[in-house]
Design a protein around this ligand. Structure first.
Ligand SMILES: NC(=O)c1ccc[n+]([C@@H]2O[C@H](COP(=O)([O-])OP(=O)(O)OC[C@H]3O[C@@H](n4cnc5c(N)ncnc54)[C@H](O)[C@@H]3O)[C@@H](O)[C@H]2O)c1
Length: 344
C-alpha cells in the first residue's frame, strides 16, 4: 500500500484524495490545507484521515511514501522541494512551478534523490487523447499542418497565474505529447481586464518543428465552457471535444487534394472546390475512462517500479519554458520569441 499525503484540498485536491484513498493499492494518511473549512470538509468525508494546516506533519512522517500537491502554483516549488528533500516521491499539479529556475531545481533534486517527480498533465492520461496519439503516430492524418486548441470558461479566476499558465499548460503538454516535439518559438497576446497583472485571456501561436503551428485560446472570461481541439492533417482531420462524454473524437476524411493532374489549374472558386475531398466522418469508440484514475495509477506504477513518468519533471519543465516564452512575447506586444531549451 503506497501512502500518499495530499497537500491542498480546495477544488482539485479532493479528487486526488478520492483516487489515492481507494485502498486498492494506496491510501491517504494525511491531508494538509491551510484553510480550516477545507480540512473540516475532508474530515466529514474521510474521518480516518489525519488533517493539519502544517505540511511538515506529512512531509516529515517517515511512514509517508509520496506527496501529491494541489495548492496554488506559487506554492508548488517550496512544497515539492521540502517533500523531495525528505525522500518523498512527488506528484505536483500543473503548472509544475512558477518559474523555469524553480522547475529546474525540482528536476535536479528529484534526480539527486532518486525520487519520482511527476506533473499532473491529466490530458496525457485521457483515453481519447491516447487514441489520438496512436492515430497520429501511425501517420493516419498524414503530415500535420496545424492544431487549434480552445480552452475557455467563465472562471475560476486565478490570482497567482494568468490564463495561459492555468489553462494552456494542459494544451502545451498535450500538443507536445501528440506531436512528439516541443515548440521552437511563440507569439502571444493577452489582456488583464479583471485581474491586474494576470491576463484573463491569452491567444498564443506556437511554432513546432516541421512548420507545424499550434494555436491556443485560453480564457477564464468566456460565456462557454469549451475544451475543443482540431488537428488538421494532410490526409485527414481530427477533432477532440473533451466536453463530449460519449463521442469525444471525430476523424474527418477531408483533405485538399494534393495530387492534381498537371492540367488542373485552380483558377476559380468552382475549380478549387473540386479539389477539396469531403469523405466520411468516423467516430472512434473510445471508452470514457477516468483520466485522473489513469494518472494516479501511472504515478503509483512509477513509484512501485522506479520508472520514469510520462509527464515527469523534465516534461513539466519544458511546459514551464513555453509558458515563460508566452509571457515574454505578451510583454513584448506579441513579438515572436524563441523558446529556449524546450526539449526535455
Ligand atoms: N489537473 C486538472 O485538471 C486541474 C484542475 C483544477 C486545478 N488544478 C491544479 O490544482 C492546483 C489547485 O487548484 P484548485 O483549483 O484546487 O485551487 P483552490 O484554490 O481551489 O485550492 C487550493 C487549496 O490549497 C490550499 N493551500 C494554499 N496554500 C497552501 C499551503 N501552502 N499549504 C497547504 N494548503 C494550501 C488552499 O487553502 C486551498 O484549499 C493548481 O495547481 C491547479 O492548476 C488541476
Amino acid at each position: 500500500m503506497v501512502r500518499v499525503a495530499v497537500i491542498g484540498a480546495g477544488h482539485w485536491g479532493p479528487n486526488l484524495i478520492a483516487n489515492f484513498h481507494d485502498r486498492r493499492r494506496s491510501e491517504v494518511p494525511w491531508v494538509i490545507d491551510v484553510d480550516e473549512h477545507r480540512r473540516d470538509a475532508v474530515t466529514r468525508r474521510f474521518p480516518e484521515i489525519a488533517v493539519s494546516y502544517d505540511p511538515r506533519n506529512a512531509i516529515e512522517d517517515a511512514t509517508v511514501d509520496a506527496v501529491a500537491i494541489a495548492t496554488p502554483t506559487a506554492t508548488h516549488y517550496e512544497l515539492a522541494r521540502a517533500a523531495l528533500e525528505n525522500g518523498k516521491h512527488v506528484l505536483v499539479e500543473k503548472p509544475m512551478a512558477a518559474t523555469i529556475r524553480d522547475a529546474e531545481a525540482l528536476c535536479e533534486l528529484a534526480e539527486q534523490t532518486g525520487r519520482i517527480l511527476m506533473v499532473g498533465h491529466i490530458f496525457v492520461y485521457n483515453s481519447a487523447s491516447q487514441y489520438a496519439k496512436r492515430y497520429l503516430a501511425d501517420g493516419e492524418l498524414g503530415r500535420v499542418y496545424y492544431v487549434s486548441m480552445t480552452r475557455t470558461n467563465l472562471g475560476p479566476i486565478r490570482i497567482d497565474v494568468n490564463a495561459a499558465w492555468d489553462l494552456a499548460s494542459h494544451d502545451i503538454a498535450l500538443a507536445s505529447y501528440w506531436l512528439d516535439a516541443w515548440p521552437e518559438s511563440v507569439s502571444a497576446v493577452g489582456h488583464d481586464w479583471i485581474n491586474p497583472g494576470q491576463e484573463d485571456a491569452v491567444f498564443a501561436t506556437l511554432r513546432y518543428p516541421g512548420q507545424v503551428l499550434v494555436h491556443l485560446h485560453a480564457s477564464w472570461l468566456h460565456p462557454h465552457k469549451t475544451r475543443e481541439i482540431a488537428v488538421v492533417g494532410e490526409k485527414r482531420m481530427l477533432t477532440f471535444d473533451d466536453m463530449s462524454l460519449t463521442e469525444p473524437l471525430r476523424i474527418y476524411d477531408k483533405q485538399v487534394a494534393s495530387e492534381r493532374s498537371p492540367s488542373t489549374f485552380v483558377d476559380s472558386l468552382a475549380t478549387f472546390r473540386m479539389s477539396v475531398r469531403e469523405g466520411d466522418i468516423q467516430i472512434p469508440r473510445v471508452t470514457a475512462g477516468q483520466p485522473l484514475r489513469n494518472e494516479c495509477d501511472h504515478f503509483l506504477d512509477c513509484v512501485e517500479r522506479g520508472e520514469t513518468p510520462l509527464t515527469d519533471g523534465r516534461e513539466g519543465l519544458a511546459v514551464v519554458r513555453v509558458l515563460e516564452a508566452i509571457d515574454r512575447s505578451m510583454r513584448a506586444g506579441g513579438t515572436e520569441v524563441s523558446v529556449e531549451g524546450a526539449t526535455p
